[in-house]
Design a protein around this ligand. Structure first.
Ligand code: HEC
Length: 120
């Protein structure tokens, strides 16, 4: 997963810098394949645990959805590891593990990756 997060960070930087589109689509496909091979259904888990707040932006939650990357860019400035740590431990109105009590740390990382990927 470490390599995926590095890739993602690279994509974010590339998008911000150059508005890359073709390579972005390729990378999103790679990310999706990586998630499937994990055997963890990030989309289903996102819908069950995170969607309620993150689709609407309830309580100031960064919104997830196409074109919402501007909600995430300032947060990603502190690095993927710090963002994932906040999702695991909770921060302000964000509850620890987003109330997904059967998610382990890797699952949360996969969920954050999914949220970023679907916000491009
Ligand atoms: C009860 C509402 C709620 C639920 C459910 C929820 N979140 Fe959040 N989330 C928030 C709010 C509010 C913030 C903004 C916190 C802040 O920075 O003040 C946030 C922020 C975040 C962040 C950004 C952390 C950062 O460092 O900026 C991530 C990542 C995140 N949530 C992931 C998740 C995941 C993954 C799930 C599902 C497993 C989830 N959230 C479920 C409300 C929620």
């Amino acid at each position: 997963m470490l390599r995926i997060s590095q890739l993602l960070k690279a994509i974010l930087v590339a998008t911000t810098a150059a508005g890359a589109t073709a390579s972005l689509a390729d990378s999103a496909e790679i990310l999706q394949l990586a998630q499937v091979s994990d055997g963890f259904d990030a989309e289903a888990k996102y819908m069950a645990s995170c969607f309620a707040c993150h689709s609407t932006g309830a309580a100031g939650a960064p919104k997830v959805g196409a074109g919402m990357m501007s909600e995430w860019e300032p947060r990603m400035d502190k690095g993927m590891d710090a963002v994932v740590a906040n999702a695991i431990n909770g921060v302000n109105a964000m509850p620890a593990k987003g109330l997904c009590f059967d998610c382990n740390d890797d699952d949360i990382r996969a969920l954050v990756t999914y949220m970023l990927e679907t916000s491009m």
